[in-house]
Write a protein that binds this ligand. Structure first.
Ligand SMILES: Cc1ncc(COP(=O)(O)O)c(C=O)c1O
Length: 372
């Protein structure tokens, strides 16, 4: 919906997306994947928006990745090719996942028979077949079967069960960040581990059709992971300070910022803005233990956060803002900042602004009392 939104007058804090940069980011990923025979299945947790998911698909993404039942429900109206990269544990979650439209080719990642058995039983009862990717731990130590033997055992159980369909493997190498010798080694080890996993499964007659991986920090090295078929990178649609810090994005790839207003300059050496932890999220990752930086003044950082106040450090700059001035802040981690917003304001190069809904936010569909 295009309305006469004026970023000079809109109430702050407000989340602003540079539309050209966002589209350029998407095009780059699609081109990279095409060059290397990979598919891009973006994780939509970053934007949670149908509008942006459609853009990704229109530009060449193959299906979408989601984490929550609500995201799955919302995105099922955008694509029939969905991957739930989260174990559907518990009746409430499972019921919603199995209640997705029958037209959806649903794939689910899991790492145990404790998750598999109710999923298969529920799928049979619902009269549908659910694709399963065996999730493998490649070093993050979060979820995932441990090693080839366990993967084979679980894949055999999937292949033997009715109601589910063995489709391949999935991993999330969130522990590999940055560039440098440690990352080179990490990627080489990952590639070796994935190849061994694939060979082991193939020898057992369980060759994975899908090998799903790929994060934003490792995005541009995905082709070094032997046998990978799809990349789930999501953050790359907007990028953030973390993506910049690990060398996965350049300044001109920063598409997201929080528009904020200076509300006080009373304290020497600082300026208070109206973007606090409820707009930026308090993630001291990346950077130097600070929470954000100005888009056009990288040396001006957010050094402290209250819920509705962000404190800019002016010690290292000659810039002296006045009360009422507007600034754009790049957060450390964009996905959690987006999750705090009511909408995104997509700004075109010609100055037009489009308000975009974040339909995938929250956990419930419909009225609160409908919550299962
Ligand atoms: C399972 C899974 N896949 C894909 C992604 C996307 O990775 P990134 O945020 O680095 O783009 C994430 C991010 O947390 C994830 O948890």
């Amino acid at each position: 919906v295009t309305t006469a939104l004026d970023l000079g007058r809109v109430e702050t804090p407000a989340a602003v997306v540079d539309r050209d940069r966002m589209e350029a980011n998407a095009r780059r990923v699609v081109a990279y994947c095409a060059e290397h025979g990979l598919h891009w299945r973006p994780h939509i947790k970053t934007h949670k928006s149908r509008r942006i998911a459609r853009l990704q698909l229109d530009l060449g993404a193959r299906g979408l990745t989601v984490a929550t039942p609500h995201e799955a429900e919302v995105m099922s109206s955008v694509t029939d090719d969905l991957l739930l990269a989260y174990p559907p544990v518990g009746e409430a979650r499972l019921e919603r996942v199995l209640g997705l439209p029958g037209s959806v080719d649903l794939k689910v990642a899991l790492d145990s028979t404790a998750v598999l058995a109710p999923l298969a039983a529920g799928a049979r009862a619902a009269g549908r077949s659910v694709g399963v990717l065996v999730e493998v731990d490649v070093g993050l130590r979060r979820v995932g079967v441990q090693g080839v033997d366990e993967a084979i055992r679980l894949a055999e159980a999937v292949a033997a069960a009715d109601g589910v369909d063995y489709r391949g493997i999935l991993f999330y190498a969130g522990h590999i960040r940055g560039t440098g010798p440690a990352e080179d080694e990490g990627i080489a080890r990952l590639s070796g581990d994935v190849a061994a996993m694939r060979d082991g499964l193939a020898a057992a007659g369980l060759e994975p059709g899908i090998v799903s991986g790929g994060t934003t920090p490792t995005l541009w090295r995905s082709h070094e992971i032997e046998g990978l078929t799809e990349v789930r990178a999501g953050t790359c649609i907007f990028n953030d300070r973390d993506a910049l810090a690990v060398g996965a994005a350049r300044e001109q790839d920063l598409a997201y910022s929080v528009l904020a207003t200076v509300v006080s300059t009373a304290v020497a050496g600082r300026a208070a803005v109206d973007a606090g932890s409820k707009a930026l999220a308090k993630e001291p990752r990346g950077g130097r233990g600070t929470f954000g930086r100005l888009l056009d003044r990288p040396d001006v950082e957010v050094v402290a956060l209250s819920e509705e106040h962000g404190m800019l450090d002016l010690e290292g700059t000659d810039w002296r803002p006045s009360v009422g001035d507007r600034v754009r802040i790049v957060p450390n981690h964009v996905c959690v900042s987006v999750n705090l917003q009511d909408r995104l304001l997509l700004e075109g190069a010609d100055g037009d602004v489009e308000a975009v809904a974040l339909e995938g936010r929250g956990r419930l569909s419909g009225a609160p009392e409908a919550g299962r």
